[in-house]
Each structure stands twice: as C-alpha cells, then as structure tokens.
Design a protein around this ligand. Structure first.
Ligand code: HEC
Length: 271
C-alpha cells in the first residue's frame, strides 16, 4: 500500500494542473496507474470484509444474509447478482439495485433499522472504515467479475424503471436549470479535465457503471454507484436524494440498461 500512496500523490499532482493541454497526458497517466493498481486492487480488502459480513449472523434477528437474502439468483447466491440488477423483487414489490436490495434484506431479515443504516451510508474523507453496506455491495459486486451486464429489461417493471430513469436524466431543474444530460448527454464533454461519459450511448453507459463500487483515490475511500448518484445530484445543484430511494434505482437502471451486453470487470478504482 505504501507505494500506492506515493503513486497517488504523484498522480494527483499530475491531475490538478489547470492547462487543458495536460488533459491527455493526465488521462494516459491515470490509465497506466489504474492498470498497475488493479493488479493488487485495494477493493479486495473491502470485498473480504463484505464477505465476512455476508456470512455473519447479525442484527437483532441474528441471521446471516447468506442464509436469508435473495439477490435474485437464489437464496444466498451472489454470483451474477450485480450484473443482473436492477431487477424486480416480488417480496418487496419493487425494482431494486443491489445496494437498495441489501438494505432491504438487512432491515427485513436481520432486523436492522433503516434510519440507522441511512445515517451514514457512504464513507467520508475522514472515516477510517467504509460502512458495512459499502463492504457488502463490494463483496456482492465481486461475484459478477468478468460477467456481462444482463439487466432484465424484458421485464415490464424493469423497463418502467429504465424509462423513468431516462426521463429523470433529461429533467432540467434547480438554480442552473441543469439535467444529468446537460453534463452527460453529449459526447466529449469535460469538466475540470474529467471526461464526462455520455450516458445515452452504450459506450458512455459502460463507463458510467464500470469500476463501481470503486476505490476513490481522492480521499482514499471506497464508494458505490449510489454514492456517485448522490454526488451528481450535488453537481446538479439538486437536493440530495433520500438514501436507497426508487429515484436512484431508476437512474442506475437507465445506465445499466444502456450498458447491457458489456463486460463488468468488478470493483475498481476511480480518481
Ligand atoms: C454539472 C455537471 C454534472 C451534472 C448535472 C451531473 N454530473 Fe455526473 N459527473 C459530473 C462530473 C464532473 C463527474 C466526474 C467526477 C469525478 O470523476 O470525480 C461525473 C461523474 C458521473 C458518473 C461516473 C462516471 C465514471 O467515470 O465513473 C456517473 C455515472 C454520473 N456522473 C451520472 C450522473 C447522473 C445520473 C446525473 C443526473 C442525476 C449526473 N451525473 C449529473 C458532472 C455532472
């Protein structure tokens, strides 16, 4: 890890330069760095913690998720669950992404209180550890490494979530009248040297979902797709969405649906 820290420091210097001409170099540097890091990915640490949590008898009901939670692939089976969500869960009568489903299982099966999980669902820059829910998402996502996205778009309820997510991405509001598409609806947009993926295309959508959950070098924290959505609501000057809400699932459904058929490489690294 030591050498990672040094590399990160060097890289962040390379990345914050103001000149647009540096963008290409910085991107190339980052790609090289990512390739190196992914060989001994820090995400593995979070996967391992998540696996322990998945198997441990926890909560007021003292049951494990492994024996009580169905992620759509049969009780306790994590394989392929990440790339096949969002999906419809009849027991909850809702379309859910993985994070939302895990929260549902923690509440319904293990007896945790939603309010307690929602109090601090994402790792902050000053937190030493990622929240349990992030570790769990990371473990479950690792069960889909090198599988293709295969969200069940043929299911009418999933299709509905996808269409709602698509409409949300185009919805302009807030003090700047921004929509997601203002920043992510055309090719080649960039802000502060970050290339912004066009989420309407298959190519852009896979970039939007690839590498999440991801170890973010900025701050050295592990974060999920749900966090990414929250942070983009902030970019958009929208109020923060309620944690694990249907709205966030819909946006994830829109992106995942557009990325269907492409390979998911597992939990990754983000700048
Ligand atoms: C004001 C511009 C802006 C708006 C509006 C915006 N985003 Fe973003 N988005 C960004 C920036 C900047 C980044 C890159 C941040 C980074 O890499 O640190 C980003 C990153 C992302 C990513 C991750 C891309 C990757 O490479 O992993 C996704 C997915 C995403 N946004 C989706 C959305 C969605 C969905 C909405 C609407 C709810 C939205 N964004 C609204 C600016 C915006």
């Amino acid at each position: 890890m030591k050498s990672h820290v040094a590399l990160m420091a060097a890289l962040s210097v390379a990345l914050v330069g103001p000149a647009a001409a540096q963008t290409k170099d910085a991107n190339a540097e980052f790609e090289k760095f990512r390739a190196e890091m992914e060989e001994s990915s820090p995400a593995e640490l979070f996967e391992a913690r998540g696996e322990e949590l998945w198997k441990a008898k926890r909560g007021p009901n003292k049951v494990s998720l492994a024996e009580s939670c169905d992620l759509g692939q049969g009780l306790g089976n994590v394989e392929g669950a990440y790339v096949r969500t969002p999906r419809y869960f009849a027991d909850a009568d809702a379309v859910m992404d993985i994070e939302r489903r895990l929260v549902w299982c923690m509440v319904e099966k293990q007896g945790f209180k939603f309010e307690d999980i929602a109090k601090k669902p994402f790792q902050g820059a000053n937190d030493n550890n990622a929240p349990d829910i992030t570790n769990l998402v990371t473990y479950v996502a690792s069960g889909s490494r090198n599988m293709k996205f295969d969200m069940p778009l043929h299911d009418a309820k999933v299709r509905d979530a996808f269409e709602t997510g698509k409409a949300m991405a185009a919805y302009r509001a807030g003090p700047y009248d921004f929509s997601c598409n203002t920043c992510h609806g055309t090719d080649g947009k960039r802000i502060r040297m970050q290339n912004l993926p066009n989420l309407a295309t298959s190519e852009g959508a896979i970039r939007g979902v690839q590498g999440w959950p991801g170890y973010r070098m900025t701050g050295g924290v592990m974060l999920t797709s749900q966090w990414r959505m929250n942070d983009c609501f902030r970019q958009q000057r929208f109020p923060e969405p309620k944690y694990a809400s249907q709205a966030v699932t819909n946006l994830i459904a829109y992106m995942t649906g557009n990325a269907n058929g492409q390979l998911y490489k597992g939990p990754g690294i983000k700048r």
